[in-house]
Design a binder for this molecule. Structure first.
Ligand SMILES: Nc1ncnc2c1ncn2[C@@H]1O[C@H](COP(=O)(O)OP(=O)(O)OP(=O)(O)O)[C@@H](O)[C@H]1O
Ligand SMILES: [Mg+2]
Length: 367
């Protein structure tokens, strides 16, 4: 099996009811890449997969797979296979027949189907499970059968729509490594959809962060976590302290902003100019206690011990600030109510244009 590249050129998708689910998007996914699309519910992830697999036509732009324009090519004729959010195996067929299902329609004889199914089952580490019925397998094993079945038709591009969402947390984490392994062994291009940032960060070669029909940033996990390009990406991926302000001055790639916590400096990747409304983001693990740069007075609200880490929550001028430090035993006496000075290195903070933020888990739960 060999992967093919997938290119979206100005692809926009409006549904027949007039709702635009995907704004014009350019995306280049390399052959053999593990590429994730990460974003909240309803942002347009599945719609992009439907368009790549041929179940929905782009309203504008074009999609190329292996350099070939896919316009007018139906789902069955594309070099893609799709694994859905809620996969379904045929319960009355043994596992190997489930895997070989797509091959019968291609006129391949039973003996060859069985041999091919065996190869694929070995690939997903289920070589000795072919004669079982799906009901006799665990959730993670069934998921691997679904992957073997999708690979049976030798797709160049495998499209996976939240394939782990039905599994419990432990199994999901285990399957991350397995999926990654299967992808590397086959060389098939994987386009993996998830709203779970942990999944995207650990498995992917590159990630597209999507919000409200717009791809806001494409990059490696390090790039997206370390150098978010938008307020949404900074607030959706990982934890961040966010401080709103207005740019006073820019110099050497940095911006000085006026905030309720005083004047603060951070990197200025978007090239904001004086007067711009801005948001400064700094990760909890980049905050320092008693640090001179970007200093501010804050009151300790709460300390949560999380084994190797100590999570501290401070209050400062209407902001709640999270500080994560390694639990090396050097801060035994910090008690809630105490005043401390916090700070952070300018290089560890990023100043971005004001923009929509990701909603927190608490906000979503309150809906
Ligand atoms: N057939 C349709 N007709 C009209 N609107 C649709 C249709 N399918 C999806 N939408 C809308 O398009 C938007 C994007 O939907 P999509 O299924 O792509 O989201 P998603 O990112 O996959 O979300 P989730 O994580 O919940 O699966 C949503 O607002 C949805 O309501
Ligand atoms: Mg979806």
């Amino acid at each position: 099996m060999r992967g093919k590249d997938v290119v979206l050129e100005g692809v926009g998708i409006t549904y027949p009811n007039g709702f635009t689910a995907v704004q014009p998007t350019d995306l280049r996914i390399e052959a053999g890449e593990f590429f994730s699309i990460l974003g909240p519910s309803g942002c347009g992830k599945t719609t992009i997969l439907r368009a790549v697999s041929g179940f929905v036509d782009p309203t504008q732009g074009r999609i190329l797979i292996g350099g070939e324009d896919q316009a007018g090519i139906g789902p069955n004729a594309r070099p893609t296979a799709l694994i859905f959010q809620n996969l379904a195996l045929f319960p009355l067929m043994p596992v190997w027949e489930n895997v070989a299902f797509g091959l019968e329609a291609r006129g391949i004889g039973k003996r060859a189907r069985r041999a091919r199914a065996q190869e694929l089952l070995e690939l997903v580490a289920l070589g000795d499970q072919g004669d079982k019925m799906p009901g006799e397998l665990s959730g993670g094993q069934r998921q691997r059968v679904a992957i073997a079945r999708a690979l049976a038709v030798e797709p160049a591009v495998l499209l996976l729509d939240e394939p782990l969402s039905a599994l419990d947390l432990k199994l999901r984490q285990h399957m991350r490594a397995e999926l990654r392994d299967i992808q590397k062994k086959t060389g098939v291009t994987f386009i993996y959809i998830t709203h779970d940032q942990g999944e995207a960060l650990t498995m992917s070669d590159r990630i597209a962060v999507m919000n409200a029909g717009v791809v806001e940033q494409v990059g490696t996990a390090d790039q997206i976590y370390g150098a978010p390009a938008t307020a949404f990406a900074a607030s959706f991926v990982g934890e961040s302290n966010m401080i709103a302000g207005r740019v006073l001055e820019v110099r050497d790639g940095h911006a000085l902003i006026e905030t309720a916590l005083g004047q603060l400096v951070g990197r200025n990747p978007a090239g904001l100019g004086a007067g711009a409304a801005a948001m400064l983001f700094v990760r909890p693990e980049a905050m320092r206690i008693g640090h001179g740069e970007n200093a501010m007075a804050a009151q300790l609200l709460r300390r949560d011990l999380e084994g190797a880490f100590l999570n501290l929550f401070f209050h400062a001028a209407g902001h709640e600030l999270a500080v994560h430090v390694t639990n090396d035993g050097s801060r035994p006496d910090m008690a809630p109510g105490e005043e401390h000075r916090l700070g952070f290195a300018a290089a560890a903070a990023v100043v971005l244009p004001e923009g929509p933020l990701a909603r927190t888990g608490q906000e979503l739960a309150a809906q």
